[in-house]
Structures are given as structure tokens and as C-alpha cells.
Design a protein around this ligand. Sequence first.
Ligand code: PHE
Length: 340
Amino acid sequence: MKEDLENIRAAALRDLETAETESAIEEIRVRYLGRKGELTAVLRGMGKVSPEERPAMGALVNRIKQEVEGGIGTSLDRARAAERSRRVASERIDVTVPGRRPQLGRIHPLTQITNELVGVFVGLGFSVAEGPEVEDDYHNFEALNFPADHPARDMQDTLFVEGGRVMRTHTSPVQIRVMEERKPPLQVIATGATYRHDSDATHSPMFHQIEGFMVDQGITFADLKGVLTRAVRELFAADCPVRLRPSFFPFTEPSAELDIGCFACGAAGGACRMCKGTGWIEVLGSGMIDPNVFEAVGYDPEQVSGFAFGIGVERIAMLKYEIDDIRLFFGNDLRFLEQF
Ligand code: PHE
């Protein structure tokens, strides 16, 4: 029996020597010290030992049990330390590795130009209004002095929708909507999408305008010239030459287009592509609000006067950033968008 015990002791300690994981050690504990374990089996056989030998044998069993338990403790410590260093090694974080840069979004160039223009006019005392993109004929045309069948409607390449309505061809209907609801003095701008049946390198079926108008007693063409000159100079250059050129819009009389001196050729013209040799670049349409428009909204044209203007946002952005194809704004190509 003593020999059996020595063998068990040696085997247990040898097994513990090579056990590497906590679960392997637990298996060893069960195998030798568990309720059905080898050492326990020997203890059960104590009954067969003679009473004289029993105390010595009992002491030996206890010593071996303690020894095996001690070995288990040591092995566990070793296995846990090994496991810890394995984990530390595998979870190691190299804090010196450069991080992944998050992709930064950018404000769309058209939104940037819109914000810039709105900022200029808000600085001049204008407030901002909005109107619907699907308009009725009355606000888009009739009230703006485009009579039915008037040839000026052809200028607009209108997109029609169901119910006799149109995609607004300009932001001018917002003038009507604001004047219907409010009384002068008014100093308002409106921005938004506009639609025309037209598509090429400089025309998009959906584009954006900024409309502005000022109505009060005694507003003159000098106010139009002063406000618009100030605004385009803030937008382009403080010393940029400005001229007003006679034009036509049904809802303004007189009407004028505003040109700035070409910044590409220094207004020299010649073979300049930007201004097609004229030395001037058209930036907006404007005019004194037609008395018929005031009558449509219930204002007395004898009492009030005003001017209005409309700016093409894409056109300004193309001029400012020297972009030659309007479709780039709507292609969502990051290589294009990331330049702004
Ligand atoms: N609504 C005109 C257009 O789209 C622009 C404009 C607005 C002209 C206001 C004069 C006054 O062409």
C-alpha cells in the first residue's frame, strides 16, 4: 500500500509538472484527489490496514495529499501567469501606430456660395423667405405679369406637373407670396431650387437661384444699383467694375442685367474664354418691379416702388471657381467635391 501511495504521489507530481492550463490541472485534481480519485480510493482501503500500521499510513496519505495540493497550487500559479502573458501579448496595442483618419464631410460648393450670398444680403438688411418648388401658374407666371399665351413664357422652358401646376421656373413667385402676405417696407431674399427643361454643360434641369427684392415708398433705380453693386463687389472683388445693361423681364420695368468686369482678362477682352472677348461677365438679372405686379398683390403702384433681382447660384459658383461643366455639381464625385 505504501508503494501504491508513493507511485500515486510521483505520478501526480509528474502530471502537474507538464500541465499547462487551468483545466488540465483541474483534471489532475479530480483524477487524484476527487471523490472517485486515486488517492481517495486508497484512503477508502484503510479499513484493510492493520490497526498498528494505520496511524503511520494515515499520516503518509495526508502528507501526500498536502504535497499534491501544494503541487496543484504551484502549477495553477504557473499556468495563470503563462495565460496572463499570452493574453497580454495577443492583446497588445501599439499606441504608436498612426490612427485611421475619419473621412471629413464638406459643405457642397453650391451651398457654400448660397451661404455666402445670403450672408452678404443679410448684412445689407435683407431677411430670408421660402416658397414651394411646385408652383401654380398664377404665382409662377400670371401675377408676375406673364399673361396667358405671352411669348415670354417660352423663355422659361417650363416643366409641367399634374393638376395644371409647374415646377417653378424661377424664385420670383416667392416675391408674390411674400407681398401677398406682408406690407412694405420689405427687404427680402429667397433661395432655392428652380427647374427648366434644359440640359447641357451650362444648364441643368434643376438649378438654384437667389431672389431678392426691396419695396418701400421712394425706392429708385439708384437703390437697385447701389445695393447690387455693393453685393457683387463683396462677392467678387472690392474694386471690380460693374455695369448695368438694359434687358427685359415681364415683371420688371425697366430691367437690367448686371455685368462685372472680367476677372480672367482684367476686362481686356481679346481672346478671353471667360468673357468671350467682351471684357464683361453677366452675373444677374434685375429691374424695377412692374406696376402690374404690385397691382396683383394689392399694393398701390402710386404709393410704393421697388426693385428685384435674381441670381443663378450655379452660374456664380462656376465663375468663382472656374468650373466649365454644371453637371459636376450634381455628379457626387468626391474628387470634385473635395476641392472645396
Ligand atoms: N426671375 C428671373 C429669371 O429667372 C430673374 C430675375 C429676377 C430678373 C428678378 C429680374 C428680377 O430669369
